[in-house]
Design a protein around this ligand. Structure first.
Ligand SMILES: *Cc1c(COP(=O)(O)O)cnc(C)c1O
Length: 344
């Protein structure tokens, strides 16, 4: 094996979905945008469909087409970006439901696909996507007469349970939707964990399915193994990597492994990150290069063939914290140089 290996545990994925589903009395959908957070929309959506997921969410129509191809007819696939110019053929041919974000999109949808289903995305305060309260008030009765399949909105601060924005958006969403007959949804992973008031008719987690915070109980889904290319011995005072940022204070053995920031193992990941030979931690030393990472294996009793950087000991959120980002960005940065395997 000469390339780094990314292993996606579909059992853990299914188990995370069941664990989140068990926290509510309502339906649980799944967000599979950005190629299922980088893990492969086809295998991920198939696994979740087998678990019973009936509502999938993607960012743009092209992603929806790929998910439809994977799971076949039946489950709902909703598109967060709504009905964009030129999307009509994709939406129709792959039976995708645009979540209408503006009066312009509503017009476009009624003109291009008058009998095709749609949903409504409302802006309850995040000011990113969705109909403003005044726009919604103006078109609500026309839209409701056409039976939207969902009415939803998104929380800006749900990863901070005590943030006042959560209750403020809940109040706004209620005011905007009380009395609608369509199924309502406000909660992603964070909102689902805020409790029943936020659940409405269904929740739509993403990151929690893939093993990331704010779902602290998530099982890790991703394992990353890095093949060792070369091992060398350093004398006291020798340095490692660009910028000489690490210097041997004792006679040391340094392993060089085949992955780097071009594989989403960000250069900004500073100190405090290990790779693992089995259960034995081996610290990353020196700067992370584009394709290479250097590791201090002095304390290992043997020369490893590969070192693991993501696993149960060290999560996507540990890497994210070290890089000053979030688990979402680590997952979606892993990229396609890995050889991929799925545990089914
Ligand atoms: C990404 C996204 C989700 C899923 O969010 P997670 O935090 O990953 O659970 C849900 N709804 C919308 C509108 C999103 O953009």
């Amino acid at each position: 094996m000469s390339t780094a290996r990314l292993t996606i545990n579909l059992h853990a994925l299914a188990s995370n979905w069941r664990a989140l589903d068990a926290k509510t009395d309502v339906e649980t959908g799944a967000v599979v945008k950005a190629d299922a957070y980088g893990l492969g929309a086809g295998p991920v959506a198939n696994t979740l469909a087998e678990e019973g997921v009936r509502k999938f969410f993607v960012a743009v129509a092209e992603e929806g087409a790929a998910v439809r191809q994977a799971i076949g007819p039946g489950p709902l696939i909703c598109v967060f970006s709504g009905h964009m110019e030129g999307d009509a053929d994709l939406l129709r041919d792959h039976d995708l439901v645009p979540l209408i974000n503006s009066p312009e999109q509503f017009q476009r949808h009624l003109q291009a696909l008058p009998v095709h289903p749609f949903g409504i995305q409302l802006d309850s305060g995040m000011n990113r996507l969705g109909l403003e309260p005044s726009d919604w008030a103006a078109l609500r009765s026309r839209a409701e007469a056409l039976n939207p399949v969902v009415v939803m909105s998104h929380l800006a601060c749900s990863d901070e349970p005590d943030h006042p924005m959560n209750r403020q958006q809940l109040k706004t969403f209620r005011e905007m939707t009380d009395g609608v007959s369509a199924p309502r949804s406000l909660a992603a992973t964070g909102g689902l964990l805020l409790g029943p008031e936020f659940h409405f008719d269904f929740c739509r987690p993403g990151i929690g399915l893939y093993g990331g915070l704010p779902f602290a109980g998530a099982k890790p889904v991703v394992t990353v193994d890095l093949p060792v290319i070369q091992v060398r011995d350093l004398a006291v005072g020798e340095t490692v990597g660009y910028g000489n940022t690490w210097k041997a204070r004792r006679p040391s053995r340094i392993a060089t492994v085949a992955a780097g920031y071009a594989d989403g193992l960000h250069r900004a990941i500073g100190g405090g990150i290990d790779t693992f030979a089995g259960d034995l931690p081996c610290p990353v030393v020196g700067r992370i290069s584009m394709d290479l990472i250097t590791v201090d294996v002095t304390d290992l009793p043997h020369t490893p063939e590969r070192l693991r950087i993501l696993n149960g000991h060290q999560t996507v959120d540990d890497l994210a914290e070290a890089a000053g980002t979030i688990g979402y960005e680590i997952l979606t940065s892993l990229g396609n140089r890995y050889s991929r395997g799925y545990v089914e």
